[in-house]
Every structure is written in structure tokens, then in C-alpha cells.
Design a protein around this ligand. Structure first.
Ligand code: ZN
Length: 444
């Protein structure tokens, strides 16, 4: 007999009560041999879907392959763990059972202990499926009603799973501010409000705290997360009195405005967002195509006067510009911390080697820890490198470095697009590290 076995675990692993693919497979194998259904393991072909819901068939690759093989007549029998593995929809089940019958495939269902040889068994399976479906709908209805009541009347935060960084859940399941982490959240918003780019903020966060490694995308999502200003969206309704705010609405708005301002800038525009026309209008990025090298001409455009100022001219101007010294205290501090972190990682690597050499650590554990530490060390080295460009001279920088540097130092450049002259440069106030809510802490 050519036996097919289908196993599946859903995306919601809790619903599966811990029946992993491995466990399903082992149990089914035992079942097949006890029932004497196959004499040879080679007759069994496995179809496994890892992390798929049973709500629909489409999108479950192995299940679709199984259906195809049934249609093509390469299977005599199908064994499953329980019916819910196959489908939770009575309509889909009807089609599947018809397909099995048409192709004379027997169904063996281990946990529900049915197989489809007789009409009455088929009927009882239909009933069982109906109850599965009904139960599923009932459960989700009931859960919704309870949750909505909790939020609406008991003013409680109910979303499960991971909690936004900066908060923690109390025993009473309330969401409260985790002060230890919240100060990094405040720092993140503060830096964004000071016009730092996502990359700079990410770098700063990873330097100030070492508990979690932030990616640029995490920081972007966090800045947008309205929970930080105390808003909680649940089932389409926004509640303002459930979550304590870590920053104010205004602070978040200002941070987001700055972020948008940054993202509108293309990497090729060193002075994007900084150039103002003498008429008072902020100038926007423009691009012209020429027939000779460099072919692309970047310029800044005043819509009011319909005049242009080329990037080449501005770049020349800043080659001989005396940038304000200092004001990099913040970055100096980050640099020191990064060096400290590198050293700490090296120390830990050395201690790990010693422990391994003296037999305190198993090889598997050792290799795993070593890999973690090495990847941290690489990350720190990359951070250090991207920070290093801030010590270069403007003229030696590439476009991205220039852009980062200029935006760090300069607040506004006013130009005369008719006389083709730079009229004035307004420098940015240095970011004072003492102002930081994180203060002087810095974990190596
Ligand atoms: Zn103008």
C-alpha cells in the first residue's frame, strides 16, 4: 500500500498543545506499525506543513502537493494525526472527502479514530467537523467579548505577546512604564527631535544600552508607535487612559516630522533640507541630466523665484568652510563607550576560552557563545567605523559622510540663486550630552 502521511503545525503554536512536527511524525509512525498498515517504511511518503493555519487550504504547499498526488492516483491511503490537521472548515472537508472517495483513497485518522470506509463513518466525521468549526467560531467570539469588556470597562491593556520596549506588565496585567528602559525610549525621541537620522539614533541606542540590539527598522517602528505617547488602539477604538505615556504627543509629532524630513532626502543630496533661498523659501532637491561627466547635476530649487543653486557650488563653498569645532561631545562619548564595549567583548571571549580549556564549558555551548560574542564584536566594529567618519575632514569625505557631517553641524544655509552666492550659514547648536535623560550611565 502506498501510504501518505500529512502532518502540520499551525502558526499559533499554543493551539497545537505542543504537538510538534517531530512528535506528530513519531506518533504516526508508531500508529502505522501497530495498525499493521504498512510493511515497509519506504511505502510512506510524508507531507509536512510547518507554521500554517488550517483555516484555508490555499497557501499550504505540502497539502496542495498531497491533493495533486491524490488526483494523480499515486496514493492508496492517507494517514493523519487528527482531523483538525487536515482542515477546520466543513466545506473544505466535504471536498477533500469527495476527492479521496473519487480516487479510492482510504483515510486513517489516528486521534479521532475514524476511517472512511463506511457511509456512517463519513457522516459522523461530518458532524465532528461541524463541531470543530462551530467551536472555533464560538471561541473567537467569546474571547473578543471578554477582551473588549476588559479594555472598555476595566481600562486594561490586553494584547498578549511581546510588550513594547520601555513598558512592563504587572502581576495584575497592567501595562506600566519600565523606568530602566523608558529612559532609552525618551533618549530615542529626544535624538529624533534634534534632527538625528534613524541610523544615528540606532547607533546611539546600541551604545547607550547593551541589553538589546536595535536595528534601524526597530527604531523607525518605535518612533511611530503611538503607545509611547499613551494611545492604545484596540479593535478600531483608540483609548487614551490605559497606557501611561513615556513621551508627550508633541514630542512624538516633532520626532516624526524630523524623521519624514530625513526620509525625503535622497542620499545624493548633501544639503537636502538645509538650503533656503534669500526670498525665505526652503529650496527643494532637483536633478538635471547633462551629456558630459558627471551627467547628473544635483541642484536646489526655489519654487517662488524659479531659480537654481547647484550642489557643486555649495560643495566647493564648504570645502573651505571652517566647521565649528567640538559639539561632538556626544559622539566622543559614544566613541569611548564603543571602545569600552569592544574591550569587554574581548575579555569575555578570553574568559570563555579559559573556561572551555579547563573543561567548565561543553563544546556545543562554547561554540554557540563564541559565535554570539564574535557577532557582537563585529557589530561594535561596524558601529565604530561608521562613527569614525565624523573625524575626517570634509573634503576627504564621500557624499554620505559629507551629508551626515553637514547635517550634524549645520542648521541652515541661505543662498542667493541669482548672484550664485552663499549668503549665510547658521550652525546647529551642539547637542549637549549633559541634557540627556540617560545621564552619565553607559553600560560597557
Ligand atoms: Zn526664492
Amino acid at each position: 500500500m502506498r501510504m501518505a502521511c500529512y502532518i502540520r503545525v499551525s502558526t499559533d503554536r499554543q493551539a497545537d498543545d505542543g504537538c510538534s512536527l517531530e512528535m506528530q511524525r513519531a506518533t504516526l509512525e508508531k500508529y502505522l506499525s501497530i495498525m499493521n498498515l504498512v510493511s515497509d517504511r519506504d511505502q510512506v511518503s510524508w507531507y509536512c506543513d510547518d507554521g500554517y493555519s488550517a483555516k484555508s487550504i490555499a497557501g499550504r504547499p505540502s497539502f496542495l502537493r498531497l491533493l495533486k498526488d491524490i488526483r494523480e492516483g499515486t496514493i492508496d491511503a492517507l494517514a493523519i494525526w487528527d482531523l483538525s490537521r487536515l482542515t477546520r472548515s466543513i466545506w473544505d472537508l466535504r471536498d477533500i472527502l469527495n476527492l479521496l472517495a473519487e480516487n479510492e483513497v482510504e483515510l486513517y485518522c489516528m486521534n479521532d479514530d475514524v476511517h472512511t470506509e463506511t457511509a456512517s463513518e463519513r457522516f459522523s466525521m461530518n458532524v465532528r467537523m461541524l463541531s470543530y468549526q462551530f467551536e472555533r467560531e464560538k471561541v473567537s467570539e467569546r474571547t473578543n467579548a471578554v477582551l473588549i469588556d476588559l479594555v472598555k470597562n476595566k481600562k486594561r491593556y490586553v494584547a498578549g505577546g511581546k510588550i513594547a520596549y520601555g513598558f512592563r506588565r504587572t502581576r495584575e496585567k497592567e501595562l506600566v512604564i519600565d523606568e530602566e528602559r523608558a529612559r532609552y525610549v525618551r533618549e530615542m525621541f529626544r535624538l529624533a527631535r534634534h534632527g538625528m537620522s534613524l541610523e544615528q539614533i540606532t547607533l546611539a541606542l546600541n551604545t547607550l544600552q547593551s541589553e538589546r540590539y536595535f536595528q534601524v527598522e526597530n527604531v523607525r517602528c518605535m518612533l511611530k508607535n503611538r503607545k509611547y505617547s499613551g494611545h492604545y488602539l484596540f479593535k478600531g477604538v483608540e483609548y487614551d487612559d490605559i497606557i501611561p505615556p513615556i513621551v508627550t504627543d508633541e514630542e512624538q509629532q516633532e520626532a516624526l516630522d524630523n524623521l519624514n524630513h530625513h526620509s525625503q532626502k535622497s542620499d545624493n543630496y548633501i544639503f537636502a533640507g538645509l538650503v533656503k533661498c534669500q526670498c525665505g523659501t526652503p529650496m527643494t532637491n532637483g536633478l538635471a541630466w547633462g551629456s558630459h561627466y558627471p551627467r547628473r547635476y544635483y541642484y536646489y530649487h526655489c519654487r517662488e523665484c524659479n531659480k537654481y543653486f547647484s550642489q557643486i557650488k555649495l560643495d566647493k563653498y564648504f570645502r573651505s568652510y571652517r566647521f565649528p569645532e567640538g559639539g561632538d561631545a556626544f559622539f566622543d562619548r559614544i566613541q569611548t563607550m564603543l571602545t569600552g564595549r569592544q574591550k569587554a567583548i574581548r575579555d569575555r571571549l578570553r574568559r570563555l576560552d579559559e573556561k572551555y580549556a579547563s573543561g567548565y564549558v561543553q563544546e556545543k555551548e562554547y561554540l554557540m557563545l563564541r559565535e554570539v560574542l564574535e557577532s557582537r564584536s563585529r557589530e561594535a566594529a561596524e558601529d565604530q567605523e561608521s562613527l569614525g567618519c565624523l573625524n575626517k575632514k570634509y573634503a576627504d569625505m564621500d557624499i554620505l559622510e559629507k551629508k551626515r557631517y553637514v547635517h550634524e553641524k549645520i542648521k541652515m544655509i541661505t543662498v542667493d540663486p541669482v548672484g550664485k552666492k552663499v549668503l549665510s550659514v547658521e550652525e546647529r547648536e551642539p547637542l549637549d550630552p549633559a541634557e540627556s535623560p540617560v545621564g552619565k550611565i553607559g553600560k560597557g
